[in-house]
Design a binder for this molecule. Structure first.
Ligand code: TXA
Ligand code: MG
Length: 314
């Protein structure tokens, strides 16, 4: 593992991991992912104590979040010290830290004498991988090893939180819901979609996108494809085969729908989160020209699922 990067499972998505303290190893991550150097990496640690070695100060609210949600799908942006190379953080003043909850990832981190920088193990801009086969499909020629830890339990990337003048700000919603965060530390400002803001470059609007065009829609009472306002969905005349991504099963009455997938059988948002990326991949590979996706209820993990769908639709 010395200077190479390898794919590892986490509870959120698979990561492409290398020694976070070694600039050359970190550079290989950017190369394999085809990721621009201005987009910094999350540093994965084995414990809250380990995280303290890389930061200059720890706000009380951050300590409270670590105690409550680590290990788990929460990344904290904290002022970094000189231990972390510039490349890992893209020269930014904060380092992103996370203690993952996957048993294999934790065991690996406990055994290594260094933390692991790991972005999601997908080519830059594409859908994050939630099982080893997704990584294999896209990166098998570029990495020496994939540690197979099964399907990811959460299925969405971590929620990213930082502090500005001691006020908590969420830059990305993921596997930890806004409701759970606010229950722990009070109101949290949401600052998503900051594609031009270097504080959270990972939120480039084109992230998480399938290669096929995707429209957000809904199914009307008669089974017709509608837009979010209830008007008929505008589908290009050239499209004859549609892949439909439903929140939960229902009946669509449009002859162009050739493949239909549901995120959950009975409206469970955790299940929808677990399935969203696999479903987008499946539709991207299916014999369809366009993906039409229904949003989830905008609460709990549904908010993060909808965020990924809207980015995919851009
Ligand atoms: O669940 C996850 O977070 C997964 C697993 C592998 O841990 N990782 C992941 O990494 O989603 P990535 O690189 O795909 O997304 C992390 C985002 C980056 O795009 C970047 O914008 C933001 O986190 N980030 C990382 N370090 C940062 C820093 N120092 N300052 C501001 N934003 C940072
Ligand atoms: Mg990513």
């Amino acid at each position: 593992m010395a200077g190479d990067c390898v794919a590892i499972p986490t509870e959120t998505v698979y990561g492409l991991a290398a020694n976070a303290l070694d600039s050359r190893a970190v550079a290989s991550i950017f190369e394999v992912k085809n990721r621009p150097f201005f987009d910094p990496l999350i540093v994965h640690v084995a414990s809250a104590e380990a995280a303290r070695a890389y930061i200059s100060t720890l706000p009380d609210a951050a300590a409270a979040l670590m105690a409550r949600f680590w290990p788990g799908p929460l990344t904290l942006l904290l002022p970094r010290n000189a231990q972390i190379p510039d490349l890992t953080c893209a020269g930014l003043p904060r380092v992103a830290l996370r203690m993952p909850a996957h048993p294999l990832a934790l065991e690996l981190l406990q055994q290594l004498p260094f933390p692991l920088a790991a972005p999601s193990a997908n080519p830059f801009g594409y859908i994050s991988p939630t099982c080893a086969a997704h990584v294999w499909d896209q990166l098998r020629d570029k990495i020496p090893y994939i540690l197979d830890g099964g399907s990811c339990r959460v299925g969405l990337e971590s929620t990213i939180v930082g502090f500005e003048s001691d006020q908590p700000v969420a830059y990305r919603l993921g596997g930890l819901s806004l409701e759970e965060l606010e229950e722990a530390i009070g109101p949290v400002e949401l600052r998503l979609n900051q594609s031009s803001n270097p504080a959270a470059p990972g939120m480039l609007t084109t992230h998480y996108a399938p290669r096929k065009p995707l429209l957000i829609g809904q199914i009307g009472p008669s089974g017709a494809l509608l837009d979010e306002n209830g008007a008929p969905l505008e589908i290009p005349a050239s499209v004859s085969r549609i892949g439909l991504l439903r929140f939960k099963p229902g009946v669509a009455a449009d002859a162009r729908v050739r493949v239909e997938l549901s995120l959950t059988s009975a409206g469970d948002l955790l299940e929808a989160a677990r399935h969203i990326f696999g479903a987008l991949r499946a539709l991207d590979q299916a014999d369809v020209e366009l993906i039409v996706a229904e949003t989830c209820p905008d609460e709990g993990l549904g908010r993060a699922v909808n965020d990924r769908l809207r980015r995919a639709a851009v």
